[in-house]
Every structure is written in C-alpha cells, then in structure tokens.
Write a protein that binds this ligand. Structure first.
Ligand code: AMP
Length: 586
C-alpha cells in the first residue's frame, strides 16, 4: 500500500494490546497480533511492530525521546486536574504510570477537551520524532507541548499505552520471541496448512530479525515473502549475545532445556573481562565502535582505531574494551573516567585501553552469525591482530574440574570470572541463554533494580544513599534487600538527583522511585525471610557497581535468587541475619 495513504487509528493498536494483556496464553496473544497486523499497510506495520517492542524507535536507532517521568506526570496532572495526593494514591494502587494516566483521564475534569481528531499510528510516530529532535534550551517545553497534543487526542486506553511506550515498558507479557511468532502467524502463506505453515515461517522470521534487529522491517519482509533478502547491515549495530548466570562449574555441563541448541561435551572458556562490551564494524575505510546500548562510542577510543583498521578490511567483531597496562587489566572505574569524556584527551596516556576480541560475525561480505562458534573462533584467530587489539584468551573445558581450575586462573589474572560458550552454538543477537554462561565469583552477585531510596546518616544525611532493591518475578518486582552505598560520592550525588526526579511517592524520609536504576550487588548468602516480598533476603548486601548499561528488563529473577539459595551448602537461618536497616551493608 502507498505510504502516503491514511494511517490506521492508534485506537486499534491500544485495543489489540489490551486484548494481549487480558490473556496469559501465548498462542492467543500471537493470534490477536497476527489478525491486527493484517489490517495495516507497510508503513503502519513497521510503526506498530516497533511500538510492540515497547520502544518509540527501532532497535539501534540513535534517536531517543528523553522524556522524564516528571514531565509525563506534569502533563497528566495538567490535563486531568488531578492533584499530587490523588496521583500518589493512584500510583500505589496500580504500580504503573500508564494505568494511572488511564484512570486520571477517565475521571479527570474538563481541562481535557477530549478526542477530536483520533490519533493514528503515523501521528504518534511523528510526535515521537519531533520530541527526539528537540534539544537544547526550551526542549523540555517543546516536548511537553507535543505530549499535551498527544494526550488531548487520546482515549484513556490510548493514553495508557502511550505512557508505556514512552517509559519503554509495555507490561503485557510480550517478549521478542512472541512478536516473531505473531509475524509468522500473520504472514504464513494462506492455504498451506495453518499451524504447520506458521511453524515453518518462524525460523526465517527469527533469522531475519537476528540479522537486521528491526522487527518492523522483518514484518514487512515477511508479508512480501522476502525474508531471505534480510542481511546483516554494516554500521547498523545489533544486540549483543548475552550470557546466563551459573553459580557453579557443574551447572555448565547440565544438559540443555528442550528446544535449545548446543551440546555441553566441551566448552570454549574465556576470562570474563570487566570492561565494556563493544561491537566493531569496519568497511570501505569506515570504522565504528558501538556499545552494549548500541550507542556509537567510536570517538571515545581513538587509540584503538589504527589497530582495528589493521585487523582486516571488512568485518564485524564482538569484544570487550578494558583499561589495560602491560599485561594487566586496570580497574573498571578508570575505564569509566574515559567514558565520561567525549574527548578523552590526556586520559589517553593515563588510562590506556585494549580490546579483547572474542567473536567474528561478518568477514569480507560473508555472514557468520549462524556458523558454529568453533568456526567463528577459528576465523577470528586468523585476523591480523596487533598492538592494542588482541583475541581473548580461550581454552577448552571438558569437565567441571577444568572450569574450576580455569576460574581460579582467571581470578588470579584479576578478571571477574569466566564465560563458558558452547562450541556448536550460533551467535544469537539479544538472546541470553545457556549457549553462553557466566560464572562470576565464588558466590554470585545479583543485578537488581532500586525501588525505594532514603536519606543516609551523618555525612550522607543530605543524599539518598540507602536503597531498597528488587529482583523480577514475571511481570512483578519482588524486593529482596536493602543496602547502604558502596558507590563513590560522585555516583551517589548523581543517583540522588535521578531519584529526586523520578520519585513516584514521597514518604518523607523514604522515596519510592521509578524502577530503572540497576545495581550489581554482592552478598554473603541468600536467606529465607519475610522481611521482603520475595520471601528472601540477602545477607550483608554490598553494592558493587551501578549498572548504567543495563535496563530493569535485564535484572536477575527471583528464580535466580532461589537457585543461589538452594545451592548454599550451609544455609544461615533468617534470624542470624543482621537486621535490615541496622548496619547490614557497607
Ligand atoms: P553481565 O554484564 O554480568 O550480564 O555479563 C555479561 C557481560 O560480560 C557481557 O555483556 C560482556 O560485556 C562481558 N564479557 C566479559 N568477557 C566476556 C567474554 N569473554 N565473552 C562474552 N562476554 C564477556
């Protein structure tokens, strides 16, 4: 269909999502989406599929909305006439700003004129583009004006999903895999035998999405029967393959769950370097380095450019950038100092870096993602490494004892732990599974999200240094501990500012905050406890690091905490715990 034709109403999108949220059955969710996709032209299909990922823009698109929680709340209040007390109360009831917006607009006063011209998918997309383009002085006002326009035209249900896209969390139980299933269901050739043909279309849909990481484009290609044309595109970064946490060497050799590829007979084992992940693209003389958040960080690392150019002529590699001197990794905090600067200037000499390459995904026009790691590694090692770019140290482990030994060596070298990878597995962008497993310290750390913050004591009385944090449990968050800062004063100050701007309920000393700050916490044990919703508490939790590179969608689960608990040989009783709030942290 012609891209300039009438765009479909946003109402259809909101109603479809409402339907998806109503059912827990995956097949029903996929069917609802499939039926909806059929009603859209290509332009709308791209937009709707992107929004269904819970984002305003396709993955890897550098544009960002940068609309804060407080800006949203202000517009909702202005249009609905609801006061702070109502808002706090509603947030407590719903635990979700989208639901709060919907309720505010159902019962709000006449300051909101009500829908005149209905919203369309294109209008929403264009509004997001305008917001992303606003920058500098006055941008806050400009964005607020666009938000106001959108919400004035939105029904309460539409407002709910607008808020959820803007805050990048749809909360309807829709994972990327399900979206791929819905596309396969929607565009499987008609008459070719229903279920089996949609099953047949799923692998090419997944493959295409893996290559171009833009689900909207994949949907359009699927409908046109052109999935085979999907190619990895140089200089369009895609998501990194991730590792699942394991807590003991034996876990690495446990047979895989159904449906997962890869045998564990032998594993490729590498040190787990404590740096930042990097995807390097080189072609036609152009070089780009992308971060885990798919940001372009090429300019931060001029000291790597020459050696990266020498490596080959046309490639994509995956690796880790480390602060490094001689043969030794330097502290992560030093690397962070370099990252904070757009122009690293004199820090180039003070904090040298190296790039440890561990995967090769494209070489001279050939895509290697679907090839087994064994082959990718082989070809990686044949590149012309020199200077500051080197291949990661990789060895083979055939039994838990090999891993345990290797773990001690890695720790001895000052690295965080190990990453064990299945030799026959493909590279799966954005997936976290048992194809890659990470083993960190003797007792694992957990990535958690902060849900509340409070003022510290003494020197820390002015800052929000004490935090309560949660792990995920399906759609909900379950609190599991509280820690006193292990962060630097500078980080605490930065975090305090963020908490103040993202407070959803101010209880005086304690502020409930939008769950977005991810911390990596270390602890001595997991205990059963009724102090927190999770039913567990951490003994002596210590904040190891602020994981600004991670979103709340990537935190550890309650199941992970349970697995650590079950693995503990000596299980401390809850009553041995230091009372939370009385010096349990550092
Ligand atoms: P985590 O950040 O704790 O979820 O662990 C996954 C991260 O470990 C990846 O995103 C990489 O940045 C990092 N990493 C360090 N060394 C390796 C390695 N040898 N292979 C893969 N990932 C690694």
């Amino acid at each position: 269909m012609d891209a300039q034709g009438a765009s479909a109403p946003f109402r259809g999108f909101a109603e479809t999502l409402h339907g998806v949220a109503q059912t827990a059955r995956k097949l029903e969710k996929a069917d609802l989406l499939a039926r909806y996709f059929h009603t859209l032209d290509d332009d709308d299909l791209r937009t709707a599929a992107t929004f269904l990922t819970g984002a305003a823009f396709p993955a890897g698109d550098p544009r960002q909305l940068h609309v804060g929680w407080s800006a949203l709340v202000e517009v909702i209040q202005e249009l609905s006439g609801k006061d702070d007390a109502w808002l706090h109360d509603a947030y407590l009831r719903h635990g979700d700003l989208g639901d709060v917006a919907a309720e505010a607009f159902v019962s709000g006063h006449a300051a909101r004129p009500g829908p005149e011209t209905p919203l369309t998918l294109r209008r929403v997309r264009e509004a997001f583009e305008t917001m992303a383009a606003a920058s500098g002085k006055g941008s806050r006002g400009a964005k607020a004006a666009v938000l106001r326009d959108l919400f004035v035209a939105a029904t309460p249900l539409e407002a709910k999903y607008l808020v959820r896209i803007i805050t990048t969390d749809l909360r309807v139980g829709l994972k990327a895999g399900l979206l791929e299933e819905a596309i396969a269901a929607a565009f499987a050739p008609a008459g070719a035998g229903g279920k089996s043909s949609r099953r047949a279309l799923l692998p090419p849909v997944r493959q295409a999405n893996m290559l171009i990481s833009q689900i909207g484009e994949v949907a359009v290609l699927a409908r046109a029967g052109r999935l085979a044309e999907a190619r990895l595109i140089l200089f369009r970064p895609f998501h990194f393959m991730l590792a699942e946490t394991i807590f003991a060497p034996e876990e690495a050799f446990v047979p895989l769950r159904g449906g997962e590829e890869g045998s564990a007979a032998a594993l490729l084992v590498e040190d787990k370097y404590d740096g930042i992940r990097a995807q390097v693209h080189l072609a036609d003389g152009r070089l780009a380095i992308y971060s885990r958040t798919l940001d372009d960080i090429t300019a931060s690392f001029p000291d790597l450019h020459e050696d990266l150019r020498a490596l080959g002529t046309r490639y994509i590699i995956d690796g880790e950038i480390l602060a490094w001197r001689g043969e030794q990794a330097l502290a992560f905090s030093l690397l962070q100092q370099r990252l904070r600067r757009k122009d690293p200037g004199r820090l180039l000499d003070q904090i040298p870096v190296t790039l440890m390459a561990f995967d090769l995904l494209h070489l001279d026009g050939e895509e290697l993602l679907a090839r087994p790691l064994r082959e990718r590694r082989d070809r990686l090692e044949r590149l012309t490494f020199r200077g500051r770019v080197r291949p990661s140290l990789a060895t083979i482990a055939a039994a838990p004892a090999d891993l345990a030994r290797r773990f001690r060596d890695a720790r001895h070298r000052g690295n965080e732990g190990l990453v064990a990878k299945r030799l026959d597995a493909a590279y799966q962008p954005g997936r976290r599974g048992r194809q890659w497993m990470k083993l960190k310290e003797e007792l694992a750390t957990l990535d958690v999200v902060v849900v509340a913050a409070e003022h510290g004591h003494g020197r820390r009385a002015a800052v929000l240094s004490d935090v309560t944090f949660a792990v995920s449990d399906g759609e909900r968050l379950a609190t599991i501990g509280k820690a006193y800062s292990g962060l630097t004063d500078r980080e605490i100050a930065e975090m305090t500012r963020w908490f103040q701007e993202h407070t959803v309920r101010d209880l005086g000393r304690v502020k409930m905050v939008q769950p977005a700050v991810v911390l990596e916490v270390a602890f001595d044990a997991v205990m059963v406890s009724d102090r927190h919703d999770s039913g567990f508490a951490l003994r002596f939790p210590r904040i190891k690091r602020w994981r600004a590179d991670k979103s709340a969608a990537e935190i550890n689960t309650l199941d992970d905490a349970r697995r650590i608990y079950e693995r503990q040989i000596v299980r401390p009783r809850a009553d041995e715990a230091t009372p939370i709030g009385a010096g349990g942290g550092t």
